[in-house]
Each structure stands twice: as C-alpha cells, then as structure tokens.
Design a protein around this ligand. Structure first.
Ligand code: ATP
Ligand code: MG
Length: 246
C-alpha cells in the first residue's frame, strides 16, 4: 500500500485493488473477488468515485435501521474483510451489532482466516463458524448461517452480496441493507435499503451517521426510515451512471 502516492488521481481505486490482492495472498479473499472488485470499480468510475446525495441518505437510513434493530448482524465476506475490516468492527460497535463471516465459496480455512483477520482489527466475538442453521430456499452450501447470528437477525447488512442469497434473506422477512455499486444488480434491487456506493466510503459514513443519531429517540429514527425512498435511491444512482455527467 505504501507504494501508491496519495496524490495519484486514481489513488483510492489503486488502494482498493491492492487490498484485494493482499487479501487473496493472505487467504481471506477468493480469486473470484478480483472480478467482483473490477466490476465495482467500473461502476464507481461512472459515479464519479464519490458518495452521491441519495447514497448518503441511504447510509443514514441504514444507520437508523441498525440502531432500532433488536438483533442487527453485519455479514462479512472475503472482499469485505480485505477492504474494510477495521471499519466493519467500528460500525458493529457503534450500533451494537454482531459480525458474521458468510462466504460464497465457503472453506473452513478461509472462515478461520477471516475471523482471525477481524480479531486482529479489534473484533471480539465473530460468528459464522458454527453454521448450524440454514436459509430456506437456497442450495445447501450457500445456505449456511449461524442460528444465533444471521438466522436470528431482524436487520442484516450484506455488503457485496450474491443475488440469490439477497433474495432468500429478503424472503425470510429480514430488513436487508445492501451495499453494491451496481444499482441494477439483483442484491440492491431486493434490498430494503440499497446503498449504491463504494464500501470503502459507505461503511465509515454509516458509522458517522450512527454516532450522530445515537441519542435520537425511536420516533426520530422511524421518521428517517419513513422518509427514505428505495426506488428513488436506485433511480438516482442509475441516472447518475447513465448521464456521464462527472
Ligand atoms: P450477480 O448478478 O450474480 O449478482 P454480479 O456481477 O453482481 O452478478 P457479484 O459477484 O454478485 O456479481 O458482484 C459483486 C458486486 O459487488 C458487483 O455488483 C459490484 O458492483 C459490487 N462491488 C464490487 N466491489 C465493490 C465495492 N468496493 N463497493 C461496493 N460494491 C462493490
Ligand atoms: Mg450481484
């Protein structure tokens, strides 16, 4: 990471790519994660590599959902662990959520490596190692979650989630927050709160919102949630991408 000069015009993008490479080398990120990152990077370029106002609204609504939740859980996959480990730990602390490792390409080695990586970044208890419950209507291998984690959660944050699992979680009736730079991908399309933003910007901004809202009463948080319009957020992001107006 130290080789990239901070004044490079594509600094953040290069840093992101390096973190995924390092994640692959460390055994926490699957090689497929490189492709996912490449797709995200193309959409971020078209968004102007900044948090657009509708994404900031979504991040605030997401913070309100997490603060109001009975049992919020933040899902961590290999790309999330490589890109924002400390930031996810900070968000979990700010909203009192559980962290659960949840992998598309699940191996015991990668689960352990990611749990260790999160603990190195300050995490306490990390869920996802038991995998003693199943999300209904999903292929067995993809369905594994912790009974006292995602299975039990009322609000879940699933960044960079696969479309099938996002749909299955939605069908379980959970309030689903998705971070995904592609507004047309199935995951943001089924989310209650679709955040079309780079996870690198989205997570710290959610934490800031959560800290600012920490002393708000339930009615204030509910009003923020009520005001948020998921369709408009998806439309605004798509318009921004199509406009070529950077
Ligand atoms: P599918 O339609 O099956 O979901 P996909 O192209 O969405 O296919 P995934 O592996 O689900 O493939 O894609 C990863 C998703 O994560 C992409 O939509 C991409 O835009 C998004 N993404 C990648 N990197 C980031 C990032 N840093 N921040 C936010 N979103 C990202
Ligand atoms: Mg997708």
């Amino acid at each position: 990471e130290e080789e990239i000069p901070e004044d490079h015009p594509r600094y953040q993008d290069l840093l992101t790519r390096h973190r995924i490479e390092a994640g692959v080398e460390k055994g926490i990120t699957h090689l497929q994660g490189m492709h996912a990152e490449g797709r995200g990077s193309a959409f971020d370029y078209l968004l102007g590599e900044e948090t657009i106002p509708s994404a900031d609204d979504a991040e605030r609504a997401a913070a309100a959902h997490l603060l109001l939740a009975e049992h919020p859980v933040l899902s961590i996959n290999g790309n999330v662990a490589a890109l924002v480990p400390g930031e996810m730990v900070a968000l979990a602390e700010a909203v009192d959520a559980d962290l659960e490792v949840n992998l598309f390409n699940r191996t015991p080695e990668r689960i352990d490596a990611i749990a260790d990586h999160l603990r190195e970044h300050g995490a306490g208890d990390v869920k996802g190692l038991e995998a003693d419950a199943r999300i209904p209507n999903l292929e067995h291998k993809r369905a594994k979650v912790d009974a006292d984690g995602i299975y039990d959660a009322d609000v879940v944050l699933v960044p960079l989630e696969d479309g099938d699992r996002a749909e299955a979680l939605d069908e379980m009736g959970k309030t689903e927050i998705v971070i995904d730079l592609n507004p047309l991908s199935r995951s943001p399309q089924v989310a209650d709160v679709p955040i079309v933003d780079n996870i690198i910007r989205a997570v710290p901004n959610m934490t800031e919102h959560a800290r600012a809202l920490a002393d708000s009463d339930e009615a204030e948080l509910e009003a923020i949630i009520e005001d948020f319009d998921r369709e408009r957020a998806l439309e605004n992001a798509e318009e921004r991408i199509r406009s070529g107006d950077l």
